[in-house]
Design a protein around this ligand. Structure first.
Ligand code: GRF
Length: 207
């Protein structure tokens, strides 16, 4: 079986990229390239250490440059990528481009809601649950159809830091499972919603 070739877009430290690189249990997926808008992204070092080819974009708003960087990827994963993907690239990878966001969309997403701001907004709302969402990428930030979510509790004594750490741990579980499930499915013509059964996970009290 030919593995699905995934390209990963990054802007930051790349712990989600690392979770994908470490997912050795998945012969269906090959991380083929890592693309960053920032030359100093720690994620690039992780890619190099894993022997994956890297590209730094000169202009992330240039669709031609981004398409060339993504090469012949079957699947594009935004893992902590903070730039808007140009519409031409979204169209080329419709239902083949996914993003991970550290809250339960459609709440707590959109322009300006990234990093600790997301967790501060969740805490200010009084919500009892948070957790990562993986969704298809469309022309707006954090907006395309939801593929899967992993709820985690918000504790009364949480700070943005403690909540971020709990959500990030769930991201590292969710993202490789979603990528694997999509690769296993191997059908890219329409959006899918994945439940616990598709993801092959057990429900835990405290993910
Ligand atoms: C994660 O919380 C992800 O959901 C968000 O940015 C963060 C990236 O972390 N989009 P890392 O670079 O994968 O460590």
């Amino acid at each position: 079986m030919t593995p699905v070739r995934a390209a990963v877009l990054v802007s930051g430290g790349g712990t989600n990229l690392q979770a994908l690189l470490d997912d050795a249990a998945s012969p269906q997926v090959a991380i083929a390239r890592v693309v960053s808008n920032r030359p100093d992204a720690g994620a690039l070092d992780r890619a190099r250490r894993a022997g994956v080819s890297t590209t730094v974009l000169r202009d992330p708003a240039d669709p031609t440059e981004l398409l060339a960087a993504l090469g012949g990827a079957d699947l594009v994963v935004l893992a902590g990528y903070l730039k808007l993907v140009p519409a031409g690239v979204v169209a080329r990878f419709r239902w083949r481009m996914i993003n991970i966001h550290p809250a339960l969309l459609p709440a707590f997403g959109g322009p300006g809601l990234y990093g600790h701001k997301v967790h501060e907004a969740v805490l200010a709302s009084g919500a009892a649950l948070s957790g990562p969402t993986v969704h298809y990428v469309d022309e707006q930030y954090d907006h395309g159809p939801i593929i899967a979510q992993w709820p985690v509790p918000v504790r009364p004594d949480d700070t943005a830091e403690t909540l971020a750490a709990r959500v990030l741990a769930a991201e590292h579980r969710l993202l490789p499972r979603v990528v694997r499930a999509l690769a296993r499915r191997g059908e890219w013509t329409k959006p899918v919603r994945l439940g616990i059964k598709n993801l092959d996970v057990e429900i835990e009290d405290e993910p």
